[in-house]
Design a binder for this molecule. Structure first.
Ligand code: CP
Length: 337
């Protein structure tokens, strides 16, 4: 079994099925705390440094929320312009200093492999919140947790999954990480729907095909959306040379209720890492899908809190102490109804 305590979480390649099962099991244990049925202050006194050098809503706030829910304190740095990285300080030096102030660090940075570079200078665990177009391991774990919980309604698990990945598969780090995780399961069919110029990197395709899985690559939605799960993604404008170049690809694969009813199975679960681009020229996931029970995107985002709580508990070695640190919730809450 992988040793979690004291370890960095930088890439999904670190995990085998046993390690993933452990993360998903501890994530499920966090549900009573996230839904305010109970409190748990097992990390009281611990400090998370949440370093976000690229825009984020879900990942940054859910890392902070997860740490707070376990009783810890959160210190945030948002934007390179608010950090001495903008004065030429190296990632190594920044890591040496910040790790002296903290017990664990979560970090997002626009450059590929930068979080790994930072981790080399850190004396405490570093969790990758997204490094350029490379990886987003905590997103992939919460995606897997979501697929597992959504498929449970249909008596399915993570094996024998038929999934469509759609949109900007070249730059979308979430689909890179998710594909690598899925390759660990049995008999997976992955249909990759994207413009030809935005296809999944060969290395990710090989990870799936070398593990014996069926991979279909196409630039057409018609006839290719009969799946258990459709995982839609945004055109990652921030990874293109210009907005004009990104505009070339926007709006090609908009999923809306009409497309869903025409091409998908009745119970196809719709996922998206979010943010979805709701501008009319993009609209990859139309708001007319909001009324569908199978639109899992907001449950998916909520699951991010559970998975990040689990990763903090595991890397800080307290996953077996949760129940000893439980307390009642004293305030009004509508979350546990
Ligand atoms: N899914 C995700 O990474 O969202 P944010 O960019 O808002 O963190």
């Amino acid at each position: 079994m992988m040793k979690f305590q004291g370890s960095h979480i930088l890439s999904v390649s670190q995990f085998d099925r046993e390690a993933i099962a452990k993360i998903l099991q501890v994530s499920a244990q966090m549900a009573p705390y996230a839904s305010r049925q109970k409190r748990c202050n097992v990390l009281e006194g611990a400090i998370l440094s949440n370093l976000f050098f690229e825009p984020s809503t879900r990942t940054r706030v859910s890392f902070g929320t997860a740490f707070n829910l376990l009783g810890g304190f959160v210190r945030e740095t948002v934007g390179q312009e608010n950090s001495s990285l903008s004065k030429g300080e190296s990632l190594f030096d920044t890591a040496q200093v910040i790790s002296g102030y903290s017990d664990v660090i979560a970090m997002r940075h626009p450059k590929m492999h930068s979080v790994g570079e930072f981790a080399q200078g850190s004396t405490v665990p570093v969790i990758n919140g997204g490094d350029g177009a490379n990886e987003h391991p905590t997103q992939a774990l919460l995606d897997l947790f979501t697929i597992q919980s959504e498929m449970m309604h249909y008596n399915k698990g993570l094996d024998d999954l038929n999934i469509v990945l759609m949109g900007d598969l070249k730059h979308g780090r979430t689909v890179h990480s998710l594909s690598k995780l899925l390759s660990l399961y049995n008999n997976i069919k992955v249909t990759m729907v994207s413009p030809n110029a935005l296809q999944m990197p060969d290395s990710v395709i090989s990870t799936l095909s070398d593990a014996g899985h069926e991979v279909i690559i196409t630039d057409k939605m018609a006839g290719n959306l009969q799946a258990d799960v459709i995982y839609q993604t945004r055109i990652q404008q921030e990874r293109f040379a210009s907005k004009d170049e990104a505009d070339l690809y926007r709006g090609h694969f908009s999923l809306n209720k009409s497309v869903y009813q025409q091409y998908c199975k009745d119970n196809t679960v719709i996922m998206h890492p979010l943010p979805r681009d709701s501008r009319p020229e993009a609209n990859e996931l139309d708001a007319d899908l909001n009324e569908l029970d199978n639109l899992a995107i907001f449950r998916q985002a909520q699951n991010g809190v559970l998975v990040r709580m689990a990763l903090f508990a595991l890397t800080l070695g307290v996953e077996d102490q949760l129940t000893q640190y439980e307390m009642p919730v004293n305030w009004y809450t509508n979350k546990n109804g």
